[in-house]
Design a protein around this ligand. Structure first.
Ligand code: NAD
Length: 377
């Protein structure tokens, strides 16, 4: 490495994905995961970085290790059946790692939908399920359409439409559609203006937040991460429960309504619980709840007919003239695919604070970087 490539501690860095995945897995293993689970979690986090969702990538590792240490997440858990009705099932996650429980829940959903054409699988009390698009991609690889509604109990950090007060979680919505011989269509977003992790990455020196992403306690728009994290804003694992502002809900009154319904379906219907922080004794620890619906296109219009229509419609939408400032009209998942190709080639860009947090965690846990050397981004 030449001296000019040597990053200073305040510079963003570029890190090769494979080496970072291995280092991330060593950190998680030192934090208490089995080697297999550590690798599974690290690989999913790296996929989030590769697809451009740094909010759900390795920046999470210090927080995940902190959650193990405080008993909020328990390594080595597997889903258990609370109810099993064949085409529907309710699964208990027992505060295990979402990356393990998510894979198990999706595998059950796919198996049931292959048999019956449709399946509805509810998962409750799961640790962080990460980038929800992972689960839609897993189902799409089995030729299945899937819809995922997720709430984050214990994370009342989003202000509904018309108030600066926190009442909602970032409740992601995700739909995946398989497409033979083509990458699947994956729609995957938080129903807040930004996912919480994007605020965390901005606090670590990453891309600034878009205007209107946050709302101050006084009800004014702000992009200052301290509104969400309060005094913990500079830590490697800032706590979004400590700020007096909130993340703004997306899509005005419509987004607010969608967020509300997702909270009910993913939190109340699963039994995992909805956000409720009005009374202190009602505050529950963080957990994701996920209601997933799986559909086999073969049992509806037929796979071939369905895909022909999807192809026609996709071509029609893509053929629209890009507006000034847009290179092309994108379909769900296009942006992530483009970024993945670029990042697999060039490495993963990490905010200075994210890299520093990983190095400091390694120092604390006695995990060395091995031959992992970042370059200045
Ligand atoms: P985002 O705002 O980047 O939106 C992503 C979606 O928009 C993708 O489907 C993408 O293909 C599409 N898209 C992006 N640019 C586009 C364009 N120009 N034209 C058309 N479509 C475009 O995502 P986000 O809200 O920041 O969410 C980030 C991640 O956070 C998601 O993976 C989500 O699952 C995850 N998340 C997880 C939790 C949890 O509790 N586990 C909570 C919230 C969010």
């Amino acid at each position: 490495m030449t001296p000019s490539e040597q990053p200073t501690s305040n510079q963003p860095v570029l890190v090769p994905a494979a080496g970072l995945a291995a280092y991330g897995a060593r950190l998680l293993a030192a934090g208490g995961c089995s080697e297999a689970e550590a690798r599974r979690v690290a690989d999913r986090l790296i996929m989030a970085n590769l697809t451009g969702h740094d909010s759900h990538g390795v920046a999470r590792i210090p927080r995940y290790v902190g959650m193990i240490e405080s008993g909020l997440v328990v390594p080595g858990q597997h889903v258990t059946f609370v109810n099993d009705g064949g085409t529907f099932a309710l699964l208990e996650g027992s505060a295990g790692f979402g990356q393990t429980l998510g894979e198990e829940a999706v595998a059950i959903g796919c198996e049931r939908a292959r048999d019956a054409g449709v399946a509805v699988i509810a998962l409750r009390n799961s640790g962080h399920l990460g980038r929800i698009g992972d689960w839609a991609e897993m189902a799409a690889a089995e030729g299945l359409i899937s819809i995922h509604l997720v709430n984050a109990r214990g994370r009342s950090i989003v202000a509904p439409f018309g108030t600066p007060d926190r009442r909602m979680s970032t409740s992601p919505f995700c739909v995946g559609v398989p497409w033979t011989n083509q990458p699947p269509l994956i729609l995957d977003f938080a129903t807040s203006v930004v996912a919480e992790g994007k605020v965390m990455v901005a606090a670590a020196g990453g891309p600034k937040l878009p205007e209107g992403a946050l709302v101050s306690a006084a009800g004014l728009p702000t992009t200052d991460p301290a509104a969400l994290y309060g005094p913990s804003v500079d830590s490697a694992a800032p706590d979004p429960m400590l700020g007096d502002g909130a993340i703004a809900v997306f899509g005005g009154h419509k987004g607010s309504g969608l967020n509300f319904m997702i909270e009910i379906l993913a939190g109340a219907l699963t039994g995992g619980g909805v956000n409720r922080t009005i009374k202190e004794e009602d505050v529950k620890p963080f957990a994701n709840g996920m209601l997933s619906i799986y559909l086999d296109p073969e049992r509806f219009a037929g796979r071939e007919a369905f895909e022909a229509q999807v192809r026609d419609y996709a071509e029609y939408v893509r053929s629209a003239r890009p507006a000034p400032g847009h290179a092309a009209v994108l379909l769900p998942g296009d942006k992530e695919r483009g970024l993945r190709a670029e990042r697999e080639r060039d490495g993963l860009p990490l905010a200075a604070g994210t890299w520093r947090g990983l190095v400091e965690l390694g120092q604390r846990l006695g995990v060395d970087l091995g031959d992992l050397r970042p370059k200045a981004a």
